[in-house]
Design a protein around this ligand. Structure first.
Ligand code: ATP
Length: 445
């Protein structure tokens, strides 16, 4: 990584002496350090897949691709990047050309979010027209506050509106009033994201000039409608009959409902609602309905209700060990809890220190949650931070979860790399139930 050689004296060209973290094969990382005057450290970590510095963004995305099929097959999916500041999380999740994701050079450098968004719409294009609709929401967790980056003020400008996280009656976490934007292509997703990324908190750290000081959570919510419901909708369209007005309420999002009556330019109109979309039966509707005719119609069933699945893409803020504890055997939790506050003596102070402390506390809370889940403790402290409360359903729930660890190979960042690898090892110990598929009746062709 560029910052690896930005501190201290750069190693001679081609030198690997400074590299103490190595990808030894497809699934193993070897940490091998013989620092003069200290004990030799040799430690092996195993993961599902390990990529070296030479691997392209496309190669990394290949790990993610199958999860998008899972998303359309009814699973929730969460992909998060974890690692020290400057370690390559934003590069991995978004890419290094934030502004223009569509030129071919930029496409090579695109990260998981733009690639996943276009792959998702490619997969949707292979399914029956109108069977899937997608909405995007963007949240930032900054200084332990949740900001809705798509929410607009009265003048229609996105400014980042503070939101709450609540636990619903069913025990899941939810953000009331969260803004969702309907999207129809990967380019549209990145256009929206490009517009709001400028709101994301950024400031320099000791090792990274453009460090993101907040956690970013981009969520693509897919609403899928079964083949039966679609067939019925088409029959209605071909007979040019209007659906009963009351049924329009059954779209889950008010924005979708608006779109059903007036689709924006360039977007296909969604299929009209069907009786199976909602609980109101034609008999109870005061409006004369085509479905009250004696002609046979598909029986309402669970499989005909729209289902929602969520793809959460998380670019975590970078963990940061300050120089007060930057030595080989530093215990990582010391600089990820309250101890961080004393790091002011190392040159970080005021707002930057507070930011840093909030980031480290929330990452510490994330690690605590993983620890509680790994040890199958009866209480999992999700609510100790907004980050873990928000991600509760993905970390401990029924989602397919992929954690991407971004580590530096150099000795200078050994402490941080060991900490990140330890976090990954802990995440692997978590034994959850198998990911749960939504709406078993949904048949996807
Ligand atoms: N694999 C890589 N190949 C080329 N450049 C990279 C790679 N990883 C990171 N970089 C570059 O290194 C710099 C830091 O990366 P990035 O912004 O992704 O770090 P980060 O982990 O998100 O940091 P922070 O947590 O401080 O925001 C960027 O300029 C990025 O383009």
């Amino acid at each position: 990584m560029p910052f690896d050689h930005g501190l201290g004296s750069p190693p001679a060209a081609g030198s690997t002496l400074d590299e103490v973290v190595q990808a030894v094969d497809d699934d193993s990382v070897l940490v091998n350090c013989a620092k003069p005057g200290s004990q030799i450290l040799t430690k092996m970590f195993e993961f599902e897949r390990v990529h070296g510095p030479g691997d392209s963004q496309e190669a990394v995305f290949e790990e993610v691709r199958p999860l998008l099929t899972s998303l359309l097959d009814g699973y929730n999916v969460c992909i998060m990047a974890y690692g020290q500041t400057g370690g390559g999380k934003t590069h991995t999740m978004i890419g290094s050309h934030h502004d223009n994701h569509s030129s071919s050079a930029a496409r090579d450098q695109n990260g998981i979010i733009p690639k996943a968004a276009s792959e998702l719409f490619r997969l949707i294009s292979e399914r029956p027209v109108g069977s899937h609709t997608v909405e995007v929401s963007v949240l930032e967790v900054y200084n332990n506050e949740v900001l809705d980056l798509l929410a607009k003020d009265e003048e229609g400008v996105a400014t980042g509106v503070k939101r709450d996280v609540i636990t619903t009656a069913t025990g899941t976490s939810e953000v009331p009033c969260l803004a969702h934007e309907p999207v129809c292509s990967g380019v549209e997703v990145m256009g929206l994201l490009g517009g709001v990324l400028r709101l994301r908190a950024q400031s320099p750290t000791l090792v990274h000039r453009d460090s993101s000081r907040s956690h970013l959570i981009v969520t693509l919510t897919v609403t899928s409608r079964s083949a039966n419901a679609l067939a019925l909708a088409r029959r209605m369209q071909s007979s040019r009959q209007e659906p009963p007005r009351t049924l329009q309420r059954e779209f889950w999002s008010p924005r979708c409902a608006r779109r059903a009556t007036a689709p924006p330019r360039g977007r296909p109109a969604p299929a009209p609602p069907t009786p199976e979309d909602g609980p109101s039966s034609p008999a109870s509707s005061p409006v004369s309905s085509p479905f009250s005719s004696p002609s046979p119609s598909p029986r309402p069933s669970i499989s005909q209700e729209p289902i929602r699945t969520r793809l959460q893409l998380v670019d975590l803020a970078g963990s940061e060990c300050h120089s007060c504890c930057r030595h080989l055997w530093c215990v990582w939790c010391r600089c990820h809890g309250d101890y961080c506050v004393v790091a002011g003596v190392s040159g970080v102070s005021g707002a930057a220190l507070w930011e840093s402390s909030c980031i480290n506390r929330s990452l510490s809370a994330l690690s605590d949650v993983l620890g509680a889940l790994a040890e199958q403790r009866p209480h999992v402290p999700y609510r100790n931070s907004k980050l873990t409360h928000l991600l509760q359903d993905s970390i401990g729930g029924d989602a397919k979860l992929l954690v991407m660890l971004c580590v530096s190979p150099t000795q200078h960042f050994l402490t941080e790399s060991l900490q990140s690898l330890g976090f990954g090892a802990r995440a692997r110990q978590v034994q959850r139930g198998p990911p749960r598929r939504k709406n078993t009746g949904l048949k996807i062709k």
